[in-house]
Design a binder for this molecule. Structure first.
Ligand code: NAD
Length: 464
């Protein structure tokens, strides 16, 4: 065993033991006021580290300051505010009406902390996807160990520092590191594991969780199809698609992965999209509003996807240039099923454009693939949008917008099967980190006929 592996096993074991030791006491002492204090502490620590976070994400992948504010800081602060405001109601036991059989009893459901939780985060939103789930974990009364991504080390270091500043280690702690750190943590009997990352690693996490039967929330990825219908507002579609696809340089789990545009509006849509891209990012790859591809491996992966597609007959109709891991917004046409880009999650600023005449061909294609994390529809016809929704499945749907569903604290955020299991955000995030404990108490001596010696009264129950 390597020294590093041993050190992660020791570190993970010590952090887990420390949190486990206080979990029984925490159940009784970590009430509404204490949880609200914890959320306040987190908000303060974020404000104090705002400049460091902006600098770290610039270092890690050239993320523009405005994008850090918009897509990392604002969503987390909003989650904190929303949880603080609604926590009292979320924590209140839910009364359940008696049924005929349970007449004479009182029923309620208590949301209880799951216990010691593990949060494993990806690199692409290295702050919000590490700290967002923590908001829900704390609101639900848990302790948590966070494992940020090794691929954005500057941000991970600020996350770890911020956690250390804000919380005692028996409540929250961060363990920095890569696969070995993850593996050391996954070997421990956590009460809940909240994982955000690729479907491939999601399977590893679920297999590890099956050993201790830890519950899991898996926030995964995939290809999110985007349909531009015959009646779409083309300027609106171009603006939202350009924003959703090229923010974070396309390294967004719910970015529009590829477009199906109705043949009758293809030319108009492409003109609007090119105009929008030119206005937002100019020509080439060096716009200050474009983040960088996170590392050489991913830059090479994206270049490889383009090379493979072009070799098999695809046409790059805009962009394609890569300079110091900055990639120009790229449009690519004439995609065929043999191309890797047709079935791999792109996760970068390359946007395949495909045309269609019959929407059934599109929905059949979507249904033949793994269920996407998001599906976007641009069309003024509500009926057409509803038909597409009814004919398909996806984690979420955006109509005449992209990615904004992530920021709505009232909506569950999650995938379905390959794109994820369970949901995050707001009350759904609170519930992901809670065990809903059913409590039925007998207030009168009810249903005596269920006890032996059995009487013909039991038969009457059948006729309920
Ligand atoms: P990843 O799965 O490679 O890594 C995620 C985390 O898992 C990291 O912390 C990493 O250290 C750890 N990890 C990697 N390999 C591991 C292994 N073998 N065993 C245990 N742990 C391991 O994902 P990524 O590259 O960081 O992020 C990109 C993926 O995440 C994309 O597929 C994207 O769609 C998805 N994603 C999903 C969401 C969502 O909310 N659904 C959000 C962001 C990203």
């Amino acid at each position: 065993m390597t020294d590093m592996k041993t050190s992660f096993i020791d570190q993970a074991g010590a952090a887990f033991a420390c949190q486990s030791a206080s979990i029984v006491e925490r159940r009784q002492t970590f009430g509404l006021a204490e949880r609200q204090d914890a959320l306040d502490c987190l908000a303060t620590a974020i404000r104090q580290n705002e400049a460091a976070l902006i600098a770290a994400m610039a270092t890690d992948f050239g993320k523009p300051e405005a994008e850090v504010i918009l897509t990392e800081l604002v969503p987390v602060m909003q989650e904190i505010r929303h949880a603080s405001r609604h926590l009292r109601r979320w924590m209140r036991p839910r009364r359940v009406a008696p049924t005929l059989v349970s007449f004479g009893t009182k029923a309620r459901v208590r949301s209880e902390a799951r216990g010691v939780c593990l949060i494993i985060a990806p690199w692409n939103y290295p702050f919000s996807l590490a700290i967002g789930p923590l908001v829900s974990a704390l609101a639900a009364g848990n302790s948590a160990i966070i494992k940020p991504s090794e691929m954005t080390p500057a941000t991970s270091a600020v996350v770890a520092h911020l956690i250390k500043e804000a919380f005692p280690p028996d409540l929250v702690t961060a363990i920095e590191g890569g696969v070995e750190a993850s593996e050391a943590l996954l070997a421990l009997p956590f009460d809940h594991i909240f994982f955000t990352g690729s479907p491939a690693v999601g399977k590893i996490v679920m297999a590890a969780a099956s050993k201790t039967l830890a519950s899991v929330t898996l926030e995964l990825g995939g290809k999110s199809p985007t349909i531009v219908g015959p009646d779409a507002d083309l300027k609106q579609a171009a603006s939202w698609i350009s924003f959703g696809k090229f923010a974070n340089a396309g390294q967004t789990c719910i970015a529009p992965d590829h477009i199906f545009v109705h043949a009758s509006v293809k030319d108009g849509f492409l003109t609007a999209l090119r105009d929008r891209i030119a206005k937002a990012y100019g020509e080439g790859a060096n716009s200050p509003h474009l983040a960088r591809i996170v590392n050489d491996r991913h830059a090479e992966r994206l270049s490889g996807l383009l090379r493979d597609a072009v070799a098999k007959g695809a046409r790059v109709s805009l962009g394609g240039a890569m300079q110091d891991r900055h990639m120009a917004p790229t449009l690519i046409e004439a995609i065929t099923p043999e191309m890797d880009i047709d079935h791999e999650e792109i996760f970068g600023p390359i946007l395949p454009i495909m045309t269609y005449d019959d929407i059934d061909d599109v929905t059949q294609r979507i249904n033949a693939r793994p269920k996407p994390l998001a599906l976007y529809i641009f069309d003024k016809s509500r009926e057409r949008a509803e038909q597409i929704i009814t004919a398909t499945s996806s984690g979420s749907v955006g109509i005449n917008l992209t990615v904004a569903q992530f920021t709505h604290t009232g909506l569950p955020f999650g995938g379905v099967n390959t794109s994820g299991i369970g949901a995050a955000h707001g009350h759904d995030g609170f519930r992901a980190f809670s065990h809903e404990r059913a409590i039925l108490s007998n207030h009168y001596s009810s249903l005596p006929m269920i006890f032996p010696p059995y009487t013909p009264g039991v038969k009457k129950l059948i006729g309920l």
